[in-house]
Design a binder for this molecule. Sequence first.
Ligand code: MGD
Ligand code: MGD
Ligand code: MO
Length: 761
Amino acid sequence: MRSCLNRHVDEREPEFKPYHHPAAGWGAAKSVTKFLIRERELVDGPRAILKMNHENGGFDCPGCAWPDDTKGLHLDICENGIKHVTWEMTGKRVGPEFFAAHPVSELRKWSDTDLEAQGRLTEPMRYDAETDRYVPISWPAAFELVGRTLRDLDSPDRAAFYTSGRLGNEATFLYQLWAREYGTNNLPDCSNMCHEASGRALQWAIGTGKGTVDIHDWEEADALFILGVNAASNAPRMLTALAEAYRRGAQVVHVNPLVEAGATRTIIPHDFARMATFRATPTSTLDLQPRIGGDLALLRGMAKALLEMAETDPDALDTEFLEAHTAGFEEYRVLCGETKWDELERQSGLPESRIRAAAEVYRAAERSIISWCLGVTQHEHGVDTVREIVNLLLLRGNIGRPGAGPSPVRGHSNVQGNRTCGIDHRPAAKFLDKLADVCGITPPRHHGLDTVNTIEAMHRGEVTVFVGMGGNFVLAAPDTPYTAAGLRGCELTVQVSTKLNRSHLEHGEQALILPCLGRTEKDFQAAGLQATSVEDAMSMVHLSVGMKRPASPHLLSEPAIIAGMARATLPESATPWEDYTGDYDRIRDTMAQVLDGFEDFNERVREPLGFRIHQPARERVFLTPSGRAEFSTAPLPDVVPAEGTLALGTMRSHDQWNTTIYSDDDRYRGIKNLRTLIFMNPGDMRERGLAEFDEVDITSTAKDGTTRSLRRYRAVPYDIPPGCAAGYMPEMNVLCAIGDYSTQSDQPLMKHLKVTVERAG
Ligand SMILES: Nc1nc2c(c(=O)[nH]1)N[C@H]1C(S)=C(S)[C@@H](COP(=O)(O)OP(=O)(O)OC[C@H]3O[C@@H](n4cnc5c(=O)[nH]c(N)nc54)[C@H](O)[C@@H]3O)O[C@H]1N2
Ligand SMILES: Nc1nc2c(c(=O)[nH]1)N[C@H]1C(S)=C(S)[C@@H](COP(=O)(O)OP(=O)(O)OC[C@H]3O[C@@H](n4cnc5c(=O)[nH]c(N)nc54)[C@H](O)[C@@H]3O)O[C@H]1N2
Ligand SMILES: [Mo]
């Protein structure tokens, strides 16, 4: 599909100048101001930002899932959170006149940046094939179109219900209830591309698929290990925790093929005194640059070194914990002993001395936290790697005590809450039993489709209706042209969105765009102003209340849109869809009965800081078959690129939110005006006779041998290990073959494409 490669037209020349300033600080402040002016939000923007992330009111930052500062009224905001809020609150609108003026075939030629830049959607729209335009449709007619189409399917499994991680808990619960009452578990979500590996690994290892630490543990740890996270761009509020850790003398170890800005120093985002005096705080005590996919070997090496220390150092291991709470230690010890150092060096891309240095840090710390994000999960061996993280933690009893434990950095602001509240294509029988019991429905028991399998099923003609509850499916998913063709083959595509995006243009025979309220906006229902809840990456659930006038009087809330579609699909349903919409307390009362850990939901969520969902592993209660935390013994995978090829990881720039590109700059990596680039090791460039900004063609080879190419990208020399390369998502999804997903997690291999790079032909 040519259209998704349309570039934002920018006359400026690309620039590359390594960035030597601390992360956050004045560069961030300047960037925010520019952004507020562009979005015409100089008045309301700052007012809204002051309302964000506050106890007793305000709305949850719709940005990342990093927990809020809990020390009371304290402005814990970041540049990218501000951009994200402002993006939603833009003064620009895209209404019926816009759609009347631009046929879809024309809009397909626009760049993604230009599509989103049109502003907020204002009215429900239906695709009209005769004029090739979106035309207005009333809400009741839109709901009826969805309901009728779903009722007419010969099996509920012909429909798929996608969720992007912005959706609040109450809407999430209604959404999965609708899908299951209708009769399918086809609930693909963005988690399938994000932290599926973490959930599965933690479930198997410690019996619950979530991290065990909270923000106070971050404040108490003696060592923090940060693997595969670009904190300065994607979890900027983590910088505060890293800088504070450094100041109190804790060790901060970054593991990343790239030394990212957050791994050097920062000006703490809300520390205005330090900002005024340009005083930076380091955020790292050790940086390790493994090869792409080399984390498992590094972690195994650290465990091996620790076990060697234990031969003479009786306190190297927590033997009491190992005996009382774990299973499989002996096998793991043997495996580590048998793994050779030269193999660990080759697979990690790090010398033994560096691996031992990391092990020394780990041994010296009384309390360690290991944290990770996509650099660990989007790999063939993502599950094995997360389990190796747990293995290492178990050796020193670093779980279920203050300042210690596994801490995945989740992505979207409520992606964790989505899972908790039932978005799961492989639901547990126990959950379905409760749902059946409390809601009086007969949920299907067979597993549903995840993201990749939904796309495959569209191509086989098995899925013909697609509902997207937020997100931008066509660009977020792998193999862009293939995914687009799948959507185009559908009978009906429904996108519940706030802004115009590519997924509205790659649509089915019939298509709807249903515009919804954003998190920053006031949501009035029969019972008055409503609040919704979200769960952060550390299992804290709290309320979020919008404070802005809605972008258009025609917008409905997500719960209302879901309930409307559900009623039209299930006219005889005994579920009180209308009452649920009228008062979200009613939804929460039902959730309290269905979901573990949500007892007294309505009372507890109104506590100033919300509440923490019970996590048994935090108390060393491991709900595994053995009742113990389980060691794993995965073989060391071969991640060394074949001769002449590179391992390519796709990632975000500083100035983007997933498929939303704010600008073509990537400040902390020193890039201006360029996204069609590939970061390469200077030696790998020399070998190919390439100089900075030379044009190259990139070709990936899939597991099935098929190839895919991107042409005329620019090579940029970068401090990245030999054999490794990096570039930007979502553009590079064109290179991700649909069949290239992990056999362990079904996650697409977005951080490990096998590519060749040649001078552009
Ligand atoms: N501003 C902003 N914030 C965001 C997002 C956004 O788009 N913009 N997205 C949100 C979402 S949904 C998510 S899931 C998170 C994503 O947060 P991140 O995981 O930080 O996202 P990426 O940009 O994909 O960066 C991956 C990082 O992993 C490193 N990496 C690549 N391969 C490897 C490897 O093999 N090993 C190791 N150790 N590291 C590796 C890369 O160099 C990069 O630093 O951020 C969330 N927050
Ligand atoms: N190659 C590659 N691909 C990747 C990744 C990668 O690292 N590499 N990362 C993957 C990851 S981790 C993720 S999470 C996915 C992200 O996948 P998605 O969640 O599907 O994508 P987003 O770009 O976050 O979605 C943006 C759209 O959401 C809509 N939106 C925004 N706010 C709201 C709201 O409040 N309500 C509703 N209903 N809609 C709203 C807007 O219309 C906007 O256009 O991408 C995945 N794709
Ligand atoms: Mo994500």
